[in-house]
Design a protein around this ligand. Structure first.
Ligand SMILES: [Zn+2]
Length: 240
């Protein structure tokens, strides 16, 4: 794809650093397959309490005295998320009306994000603050690097790398946010008696699998960053 990285046209037929991008893509595919299969497995296990994802979310919010956040049904599969702007916990088709262990786990995880906002959890503040920069970084970081390489301006390519690393930083700070939301969810599910101990363990498997997709995405963008650094440094050396 980025054919301009061949050490400034030294005539290589294959850019070896592209392997890093392929490894990253492979990690993401594996993680995505794992979350899907784990979710599918525990979507068939009905929780003993019989509470649906929506009921669990509503009850968690109520017990924590949070009454300005609504629980909303949104279309799609695994499209569950907490929307802090509209103060809504959005639960997908497979979560909202389901009383499976998987549905309850996901619903509680989204409430974990609500709790992070309400408790002033620092990483989620950093993450929110990084959103605009990360959007810019992921959109124009790479084009700037490529442009810098094409026109032979290494400083420009280096600026592109710095811009791109904003997107990487965002993905890194997402990791503690996701792990913490899952931790909060599992503690609440057990403490409030919404799930029995063995069901909490099953929920942990679902949430760990989901967290793995964030780990894979972060690893993949670090590999991409590494690749850009190698290409630009290599080009730099060849010019000297
Ligand atoms: Zn999350």
């Amino acid at each position: 794809m980025y054919r301009y990285g061949y050490g400034y046209g030294r005539g290589y037929a294959f850019d070896a650093t592209y392997i890093l991008v392929l490894i990253g893509a492979l990690l993401c595919i594996i993680a995505s397959a794992m979350v899907k299969s784990t979710y599918k497995k525990y979507a068939k296990v009905r929780s003993m309490s019989g509470m649906t994802g929506a009921q669990v979310a509503t009850e968690i919010l109520r017990r924590n005295g949070i009454n300005d956040v609504s629980v909303v049904h949104v279309p799609g599969e695994l499209s569950d998320h907490y929307d802090p702007r509209h103060h809504s916990v959005n639960l997908s088709d497979s979560t909202f009306n389901s009383s499976s262990v998987a549905a309850v786990a996901v619903a509680a995880h989204e409430c974990g994000h609500v709790m992070q906002h309400y408790k002033g959890y620092i990483p989620i503040k950093i993450r929110s603050a990084l959103v605009p920069a990360a959007n810019i970084g992921s959109k124009i970081g790479l084009p700037i690097v490529i442009l810098g390489i094409i026109i032979g301006m290494t400083p420009l390519a280096k600026i592109g790398i710095i811009v791109f690393s904003l997107a990487v930083a965002f993905q890194l700070v997402t990791l503690p946010v996701e792990f913490d939301a899952s931790h909060r969810a599992l503690v609440m599910l057990g403490d409030y008696g919404f799930l029995a101990d063995d069901e909490v363990n099953q929920s942990r498997k679902v949430l760990n699998a989901a967290a793995l997709t964030y780990v894979a995405a972060a690893a993949s963008s670090i590999l991409q960053l590494l690749r850009l650094l190698m290409i630009v440094n290599n080009g730099d050396r060849n010019r000297r």
